[in-house]
Write a protein that binds this ligand. Sequence first.
Ligand code: ASP
Length: 316
Amino acid sequence: MSTLLIHTGGTIGMDKTADGFAPREGVLEQVAADLSRQQMTADPLSIQNLSPLIDSASSTPRDWHRIAATIFENYASYDGFIVTHGTDTLAYTSSALCLALSGLNKPVIVTGAMLPLTVEGTDGVANLNDALIAARTAAPGVWVQFAGHRLHGARVRKSHSRAFDAFEAEDWTTPPVIPAPQLSLNPVALNKVGVVSVTPGIFTDPVAYAAEHCDGLLLRCYGSGTAPDTPDMRAALARAQDRQIPVIAVSQCPEGGMKLGTYAAGKVMRDTGVIDGRDMTPEMAYAKLQFCLTQAGDLEEKRQYLSTSLCGEFTV
Ligand code: ASP
């Protein structure tokens, strides 16, 4: 069973610098090769660095595409894939990989660490070791292997900024893969996506600006789907509708998701054609908007794409 490890950067492969931790070539590669040898697998591990290694705070949809394209181009030569990644945007990337690779029938394991491999007590060795095993044994799809858990790549979120056990995912019934007879690479480019969180007494100018200038809008609304119904909010969302740009709403609650229509206070969104993001994570909703905007098509096609659960990203 051969495995390709794609190293993108992140804490796991960082070392101390005068400015704080930063990625350094060689840190992860050595440990991964040693672990692979210790696991005594017949096939050696191959490692590709996505140069330059980055702190994942700097990642963009172009990086999602580069990682997915690397898997796509090497697909026939390996039985499983590992992506080592910074934890800050790991959930965005795993969501994006689910959308980028339709018809995946091999495991893609995304992992990282909260403490660098260069620091004593690091969680990176255990995560890397588990990821090497998962790349040979996990079901097809995109999984996040972290702190002993194997989590659904389309439903995962970073839930803790310091603890080793830093990721969570809601229960799932559909595996993290878009079913298709063969592998295809769905492109994603960088589009202008506005992200706005509603708040009590919200200053709506940023919503109006986003409605006027963005290609799509992600609204983080309250609870099971409510937002302040003010004339300014209505006007901003109506402007987005006039411009035929997709607006999708997800809940600010980490669990449970939303159901537009539960409360009259969600009417402002229903009246203006806002799409119900159900229990999608904000990370997935953002990634899905970027993919949806990259594909040509009118608002109805975009609405269809965003409202369909493609890889188990929301509960049907
Ligand atoms: N800032 C780091 C990153 O996301 C954090 C980490 O990897 O844990 O690249």
